[in-house]
Design a protein around this ligand. Structure first.
Ligand code: SF4
Ligand code: SF4
Length: 603
C-alpha cells in the first residue's frame, strides 16, 4: 500500500466518525469535552458554529452521528450525542453577547429567502454578519417551517424554537410573516441580487383507494393535520385511529392522536419492521405510549357504513427476504378488517411549486422536483438557489442546515461575480495533547459505563396537556457519566516514522490490537495479516513510510482504536503523539475573507 497521506484533512476527519457522519460536520467530541469541563456556554457556541440550532436539534435531530459512533463498536450503545447537545443548550448562560453581529454598514446586496424554515434561517445566519440585507418571506404567522408546524410541541417546545430562531432574526433579518410568495416571476422582478428557496416539501401524499372520497371527512393528510393541531385548528380525533405509514411523521401523528383523545391507535405498516423509516427511538417512544405497530398489512380500501367511515380493509402480506435483508418476493395471504373512526395518512411528502412559473428558466424533473446542483445548490436559473426539503425532497433538519451553509457560500460568490463552483477545501489544525509524560489534556481512561436512559414524564401525566414536553433532559449525574463514554476520536494518533526504533512497545500495549509492524503489501492481503484482521472495509488502514531500521511499515487499523493514548504514553521516542484535530469547515464568511485582496506592506 502507498503510505497514507495524513496531510489530507479528510483522513483524520473520517476517524472522527460522528463528525464525519453529521451532514453539518458538527465538532461533536469538541463540545462533549467542553460539557465535561462544565463549560456549557462554550459547548453551545462550538455546536452552533456548524449546527445553528443546538437546542432544537438536541431534542429532535435524526442523529446520523449516533449509529456511526465508535463507542457502538466497543459496546452496544453509542454515546447519547443528541442528548448531550441538549445539555449544553439547557445549561448555557445568555449567549447574546457571543452571537455574530450584523454590521451597521451593509454590503449593498439584497437577498430574498422563501420560507422561514431551517434552511433559510441558516442562510440568513451566515449572510447577515457579512452585511447582506436579507428578506425572509413566510406564509405562516410564525417562523420555523416544518420544525414548528410538523414537530409536535411535546417533543419540541415553542420557547426553544422562538429563542434559537430569534438569535438569527435578531441579527436584522426582514422577516415578513403571513406573506406567502405567490409568484416567483413577481419576486424576481423586485430585483433581488439572489433568491433562495427553502420552502420545504409541504404537500403530504394521498392514498387513492376505494372509499377515499366518500370517507374524506375522517381521513387526514399527516403533515397538514399536524400543522392544524400545532395551530389549534384541530383539537380532537376519534377514539380508534389508524395511522398509515412508518416514518417519523407517522410517529408524531400517532402520539398526537393519543393526546387529542384517541384510546386505540394503530400504526399500519406494509412491510416488516426492519424496513421502517422511523428512527428506532421514535418507534420506542410511540410503543411506550401504547401505540400498537401492525406489520405486513397493505391498505386496500376504506369501509363506510351509513355514510361514515367505520374501518379499513388490509391485505395481509408475506415476504421472502434474502440473506442480505432484501425482499425478493411478496404475496398476499388474505385480508383483514380493522375498525376505526379516523385515518391519518403519513406515507410521505412531495415538493409543491405551484407558485413557480414554468417559463423562468427554472427547470423541474419528471417528479416536479427542481433540478439543483448538488454542490452549489443553484437551480437552472442563475441566482436562484434551493435548499432543505425543497431541493432534493424530504430529508431532515440537519441536512437543511448544511444545505443552508453551502447555499450561503454560493450566494455570496454569485453576488460578487465569483465562480460558485470554486470552493475552499477543508482545512485542519493538529495540536499535541500531551502535557507531561503521562498526562493528557483530555480524559483518556476507558469508562465501561452504559448509555444513560433519558428520563420521561410519567405516562399518567403525559397526555394531560398537548404541549407537555415528554423528555426531561439528563440529570447532572447522568450527563457527567455520559460524557465519559465519548472516546475522543478527534484526539488523533499521529505517527512520525523516522522516530520509531521498532521496539514493539506500542504494539504490545495497545489494548485493541490495532497496531502492527510488518512488511508492506497490497491492501487486501495486508488487512488479513495484522495483529487482528481488519475486516471493516469502510474504515481506513494507516500505513507509514518505511521505518528507519528495517524498512517495514507501521500499520494502524483505524476501526479499532479507542484513543486511550497508551501507545503514545509507552513509546520511548515520542514516535506516537496524541494530537487534537480541529476540522476547519469553510463557511461563507471564510470564503469572503479569502477573496479580500491582501495588502502588502514594504517591499
Ligand atoms: S490510542 Fe494507541 S494504544 Fe490506544 S487503542 Fe489507539 S492505537 Fe491502541
Ligand atoms: S513504541 Fe514507539 S518506538 Fe517502539 S515501536 Fe512503537 S512507535 Fe516505534
Amino acid at each position: 500500500m502507498q503510505p497514507t497521506d495524513i496531510s489530507n484533512p479528510q483522513y483524520f476527519h473520517k476517524v472522527v466518525d460522528c463528525q464525519w457522519g453529521c451532514p453539518a460536520h458538527t465538532d461533536v467530541p469538541g463540545y462533549i469535552r467542553l460539557i465535561a469541563q462544565g463549560r456549557y456556554t462554550d459547548a453551545y457556541m462550538l455546536n452552533r458554529q456548524a449546527n445553528v440550532f443546538p437546542g432544537i436539534l438536541g431534542r429532535v435531530c435524526d442523529r446520523p452521528c449516533e449509529p456511526v459512533c465508535r463507542r457502538a463498536r466497543v459496546e452496544k450503545e453509542p454515546v447519547a450525542i443528541c442528548r448531550l447537545k441538549r445539555v449544553a443548550s439547557d445549561l448555557r448562560e445568555d449567549v447574546a453577547a457571543l452571537l455574530p453581529k450584523a454590521p451597521r454598514r451593509k454590503n449593498g446586496k439584497r437577498v430574498a429567502l422563501i420560507g422561514a424554515g431551517p434552511a433559510s434561517l441558516t442562510v440568513a445566519n451566515d449572510l447577515l454578519p457579512m452585511g447582506y440585507e436579507v428578506v425572509i418571506y413566510e406564509a405562516l404567522a410564525v417562523p420555523g417551517g416544518l420544525m414548528r408546524s410538523n414537530i409536535p410541541s411535546f417533543r419540541l417546545p415553542a420557547e426553544v424554537l422562538d429563542e434559537e430562531i430569534g438569535m438569527i432574526v435578531g441579527m436584522g433579518a426582514d422577516l415578513r410573516l403571513g406573506t406567502p410568495v405567490k409568484s416567483m416571476k413577481a419576486l424576481l422582478a423586485e430585483g433581488y441580487d439572489a433568491v433562495f428557496v427553502g420552502s420545504g416539501a409541504p404537500k403530504g401524499k394521498n392514498l387513492k383507494l376505494p372509499g377515499r372520497d366518500e370517507a374524506a371527512a375522517n381521513i387526514h393528510i399527516g403533515i397538514a393535520w399536524l400543522e392544524s393541531v400545532a395551530f389549534g385548528h384541530v383539537e380532537r380525533i376519534g377514539e380508534r385511529v389508524l395511522i398509515i405509514g412508518v416514518g417519523n411523521t407517522a410517529m408524531d401523528c400517532c402520539r398526537t392522536s393519543l393526546r387529542l383523545g384517541a384510546k386505540n391507535v394503530k400504526v399500519m405498516a406494509r412491510k416488516p419492521r426492519e424496513f421502517f423509516k422511523a428512527s428506532a427511538w421514535e418507534l420506542q417512544d410511540a410503543e411506550e405510549e401504547t401505540v400498537e405497530i401492525v406489520v405486513n398489512h397493505s391498505p386496500k380500501s376504506f369501509v363506510m357504513e351509513k355514510g361514515r367511515l367505520t374501518g379499513m380493509i388490509f391485505e395481509k402480506m408475506e415476504y421472502e427476504i434474502d440473506a442480505r435483508g432484501r425482499i425478493t418476493a411478496e404475496k398476499i395471504a388474505g385480508e383483514e378488517f380493522f375498525p376505526c373512526d379516523d385515518v391519518v395518512l403519513a406515507i410521505g411528502q412531495e415538493n409543491a411549486f405551484p407558485w413557480v412559473e414554468r417559463d423562468l428558466g427554472i427547470e423541474f424533473d419528471k417528479w416536479d422536483v427542481p433540478v439543483v446542483d448538488q454542490v452549489t445548490y443553484q437551480g437552472t436559473r442563475p441566482g436562484v438557489f434551493f435548499g432543505g426539503d425543497s431541493a432534493f425532497g424530504p430529508k431532515n433538519i440537519i441536512w437543511a442546515v448544511e444545505h443552508g451553509h453551502q447555499a450561503a457560500i454560493s450566494i455570496h460568490k454569485y453576488c460578487h461575480g465569483e465562480d460558485i463552483a470554486r470552493r475552499m477545501p477543508y482545512g485542519m489544525n493538529l495540536a499535541t495533547s500531551k502535557m507531561g509524560m503521562h498526562e493528557w489534556s483530555y480524559s483518556n481512561a476507558y469508562d465501561p459505563v452504559e448509555r444513560r436512559v433519558m428520563p420521561h414524564v410519567s405516562l399518567k401525566e403525559r397526555f394531560k396537556k398537548l404541549n407537555l414536553e415528554v423528555e426531561l433532559g439528563f440529570t447532572a449525574e447522568q450527563f457527567t457519566r455520559e460524557v465519559e463514554r465519548c472516546l475522543n476520536c478527534d484526539i488523533q494518533t499521529v505517527f512520525t516514522a523516522k522516530l520509531c526504533i521498532e521496539c514493539d512497545a506500542c504494539v504490545d500495549i495497545c489494548p485493541t490490537r490495532c497496531l502492527t509492524i510488518t512488511t508492506n503489501g497490497p491492501e487486501d492481503e495486508l488487512r488479513q495479516r495484522l495483529s487482528a484482521p481488519a475486516n471493516n472495509l469502510s474504515q481506513d488502514l494507516y500505513v507509514s513510510t518505511g521505518l528507519p531500521q528495517t524498512g517495514r511499515v507501521m500499520v494502524k487499523d483505524e476501526d479499532l482504536c479507542v484513543h486511550c493514548s497508551l501507545c503514545a504514553e509507552r513509546c520511548p521516542t515520542g514516535a506516537w503523539d496524541m494530537q487534537k484535530f480541529t476540522l476547519k469547515v469553510p463557511y461563507a464568511a471564510d470564503e469572503a475573507a479569502e477573496s479580500v485582496p491582501q495588502t502588502r506592506t514594504g517591499t
